[in-house]
Design a protein around this ligand. Sequence first.
Ligand code: SF4
Length: 401
Amino acid sequence: MTVDQIVQSYRAGLRLTPETARALYLEAPTSLLGRMADDVRRAKHPEGVVTYIIDRNVNYTNVCVARCKFCAFYRPVGSPEGYTLGFDEIYRKIEETISLGGGQLLLQGGHNPDVPLQWYEDLFRGVKQRYPDFKLHALSPPEIIHISRLSQLTVPDVIQRLIAAGLDSVPGGGAEILVDRVRRILNCYNKATADEWLGVMREAHHAGLRTTATMMYGTVETVEERLEHMFRLRDVQDETGGFTAFIAWSYQPQHTELGGQEATGVDYLRTLAIARLVLDNFDNLQSSWVTQGGKVGQLSLAYGANDMGSVMIEENVVRAAGAEYCMDEFEVVRNIENAGFVPRRRNMHYEILGDPIFRERAVPRMLELAVARAGGAAGESADLRGYAARSAAGRKVRGAE
Ligand code: SF4
């Protein structure tokens, strides 16, 4: 089929197949892809609203046994630069988030063998006791698999225990590219195969949780593998309807073992647009301004995105790999309005919470993102020492060896 024939059949309501999506992705002019994606965005969100959420991206530990080749954030077990946050530090971060109008933590971290399931349960219960309305968008599928292996419980059992403790939704991190050939090369096959990642999401959806889906592209994958990733997500969404949103970002190469170059802005916009066309059963596509910068982030609103993601208060992971873009709520709103849309605050379920908070009350400007350990101090928190460690280094620190 020619590009024209594919465009006609798509506009007539036929779903893209891997073959037609490939032809569009490789051959359609960028402006045409953008127009098609914008038509879908407009049909799904005719009111001209672009949403965003105020939340804080807290990375509770950087100690990780997975050692993904694209990651500049993790430290091996026993590293003097390793850290695990204390409960009080996390509560303080929540209070700062609330004071900035936020209502949620995006809580993710390394696969630390010395942080047991009980630690997460105690933390979640502690958060809910202190801040009952505050939401926990926490633990990506590979972290849930890691906890399941550590605790020797099944994934559904771990999810149930975390829900009972206060888990509200699951972030779609750790998906990278959901193709095992790519995962093996990136050394992220062992943390979760493509089937395992999708399996955790199915279980989370069956347990009543909503989740997001992500894609990190621009490492070693082919165009066909990017599309395979999208079609696998589309299949699960057909089955469960549990994904709220899709978020694509480009690999950030600085300080990583893999190295290489970052994908271009045009590649990002084409990838976002084709995702909008393939993922016809996803309501929301986020702009990834944290990796692309505000300007491309703003342009993405013409290439299928209807959401500016998070007004981040803290970022550790992509910053470690070189991305340093920062926009506070004022800047996010300025970009949305300047692109001709109405900015509205939302929660993780994409329910509208209201207008920009800075128009309702005074909030401080944030011109720099916070980091997990502002003072640079590493090490375990004192309260983690109350739990049994698994690694030799952890047992030594906790005096159990
Ligand atoms: S990406 Fe996550 S799982 Fe992989 S090494 Fe980094 S912290 Fe660990």
